[in-house]
Design a protein around this ligand. Structure first.
Ligand code: F6R
Length: 332
């Protein structure tokens, strides 16, 4: 590697003045604290609707990937809900700031349709609305930005849905996240997250995984967009066998770089074989963990931290999101 580790540390000191990386290294303890502090509400419902956008909306995607084969979970990242929503349904509204227009509008729609609502937030207008309308809100620990607060947002949602019975298993994941995060810090030279950033640097990542891991792909894309300020695209399989693969008739644009999140027994093998036949350069990230939720959270931690190292390599501040903020203001 031509870059010295000291140079990476210098880039971090210069471009990450707020120590945004440090936020991600706290994921284990934040996940644990949220599990301890969230009350077991003992809820029951016909269908669970999860609403929220961006760094809050990803909670819905993760819940669907983890629980969607056993429970009726529907994720909406929009301003309203379908007409079938009504009494007996629960709408989980996730907004770190509590001020996101789409989420607030979906909550108003849910209330007008007679559904139950539970909010997950740090405060803002969602909290005010809950006081006015009398629905439950669970307040989460603050963080530097919504996307850095994923552990407290997802742990709170999991405890609300699964209750006390899931806590023991989830606590083990908190320990794993704590250990793994420490391996990704600037104290560990050329660590796995940095290496991933180094592979992506100067390329256009195209992210692939089985349909059941859509949350990993969407979060990786979002973190590369928001932290590293680059484009990234993704496709799930088996759907990709019906379109995406045809783009690999021959070696495509050398800048495009396939990154495959791989699990045992998933749908990716024939695609990987095809890339090998083409002698195409690609990267595999093995999903590791004892449960689907562990695999998802560990993959997200790795790619999120990689997106921060990539910001350093690209001489960008991973924390600043000027364009998102500018357009939020324009939209009111
Ligand atoms: C910022 C981020 C954004 C926000 C989104 C919604 O860190 O990740 O994607 O999450 O703009 O805002 P909140 O989460 O406050 O509802």
């Amino acid at each position: 590697m031509s870059l010295k580790w000291d140079d990476v540390k210098k880039l971090a000191a210069k471009y990450d003045k707020k120590n945004f990386l440090g936020e991600y290294l706290k994921w284990g303890e934040r996940f644990q604290k949220a599990l301890e502090k969230t009350p077991s509400l003992g809820i029951s419902y016909k269908t669970l609707y999860v609403v929220g956008m961006g760094g809050s909306g990803i909670v819905g995607d993760i819940l669907r990937d983890y629980l969607g084969m056993e429970m009726d979970i529907r994720v909406f990242k929009y301003t309203r809900l379908p007409s079938c929503v009504g009494k007996g349904d629960l709408v989980l509204a996730v907004s770190f700031s509590g001020n996101t227009i789409e989420t607030l509008s979906s909550v108003s729609d849910a209330l007008s349709k007679g559904a139950d609502v539970i909010g997950i937030t740090t405060g803002g207008k969602l909290l005010e609305l809950s006081e006015k309308k009398g629905f439950n809100v669970i307040r989460v620990e603050k963080a530097l930005a919504p996307r850095a607060a994923l552990p407290q947002l997802i742990a709170t949602a999991l405890k609300i849905i699964l209750g006390e019975k899931a806590v023991e298993e989830l606590m083990k994941i908190a320990d794993v996240l704590r250990d793994e995060a420490s391996e990704y810090s600037l104290d560990t030279r050329d660590n796995k997250a940095f290496k991933l950033a180094y592979y992506i640097w100067g390329r256009l990542p195209i992210l692939y995984a089985d349909e059941g891991y859509l949350s990993i792909l969407h979060r990786a894309k979002s973190s590369l967009n928001e932290n590293a300020k680059i484009n990234a695209y993704y496709q799930t399989f088996p759907e990709g066998y019906h379109n995406e693969v045809e783009a690999f008739k021959e070696i495509i644009d050398p800048v495009a770089y396939p990154i495959i999140f791989k699990d045992h027994g998933d749908n990716l093998e024939p695609f990987i074989k095809h890339l090998d036949d083409l002698e195409m350069d690609y990267l595999i990230i093995d999903l590791v963990g004892e449960s689907r939720i562990e695999k998802i959270l560990r993959a997200i931690l790795l790619t999120d931290v990689a997106s921060i190292y990539l910001a350093y390599l690209r001489k960008k501040d991973p924390f600043e999101i000027d364009v998102i903020n500018k357009l939020k203001k324009m939209r009111g």
